[in-house]
Structure formats: structure tokens, C-alpha cells
Unconditional design. Sequence first.
Length: 216
Amino acid sequence: MIKAVIFDMDGTLVDTLTDLTHLVNLTLRRFGRREISRDAVRRFTGDGAKSLIERSLRESGDTSRFDEIFTSYSEAYNACPIYKLAPYDGIPEALAALRARGVRLAVLTNKPQGPALAIVEKFFPGIFDIVQGDDGRHALKPDPAAALDILPRLGASRAEAAFVGDSSIDVRTGVAAGLYTVGVTWGFRDRADLEQNGASVILDDPRDLPAALTEV
């Protein structure tokens, strides 16, 4: 029986792609770089902000001044982490259904800790027991250490917990942690990516989450 669920954030709980594309291109323009496409930003997310900016600079054709550009991006992002965000349709209802069953919930994201907390407070107040972002003290996903650290704080064993995410990074995290791993297709990656990395089950609609986790 599933007693606890750990969720990824970007591409799983909230659609952040418009926001990330806006901020990446705002930063690139500020430094005279060529803007990149929304699809490129989609492909570059998942490994944390530094990797996003490194990949975006390579795509724009000039990787110089990385530290200065990353600092500028971080400042802009931290100033307004919820510019054009919205939960995916069906997510609030799915979370409410899980909470009603007594399931404890956590967020584990490679997003910086401050913005992660701001997003949860804005869109999911009172829903999550733990929000763990990049605080400089935990290894980023797909390292499973942070997920395993969360489990006892939720009062669940590996056999009683699930991990839900939209990318290969998330699936690899859940598998490495020994958790029932749910891949979702409404985010940034496709079904093949999730299958290849060993998802226990793949869902196409957030409304299917409560039933899928009940049947484990």
C-alpha cells in the first residue's frame, strides 16, 4: 500500500516551460546572445539551473561569461519564480484525492529551494509535507540520496512509497531509490524516454494518478 508519494515539480505538477523560456531568452538578450526555441528549453531542463544555462549558451553559439550570465539568470528567476506558471489540469484534484486518503506528499526538484517553496505556497498551500529543492546541501537528481532522506520524514518505507515525474532524470531517481516509479507524459519528455529508463507505469492524464497509486 502506498503511504507516501514524492513528486517532481517542473513538467509534473506545474507547467513551467513558458516561464523558463521567457527567462532564458531574457537573459540571453541581455548579454547580446541569440534567443533559443521553446523546444530547446524543454530539452535542456531537468538537471538544474546551471545545466539549463550551460546548454542554452551552447545552443546560442557562445559559452563565454558563463558565471556572469548564470548569476543574472538566477537573480531574475529568484525575483519572479511564478511569472507564467500554472498547475496542469487535474493535478490539484489528484493531490486532494491522495491527501483525503491520508497519503503524505513531498516535492523533490532540482529547482532552487527558494523558488520551489514559492511555487508550492502559491499553487499548493497546505498540500505538501516536505518541499526539497536545490539547497546546496543535497545531491541533485538522479542521485537518489535526497529521495531516500525524505522517506523516513514521511513515515514510509521504500515499499510504501512512489516517485512521480516526467523525465528520465525522475525515473532514474525513483528506480535508484527502489520506489514504485510513475512516469507521466504531460510534461517535458515523451513516453519512449520514460519506458527506456524503467518506469513502473506510465500515465497520460493527471486524473489517473489516484487510481494508479491505489492499485499498487
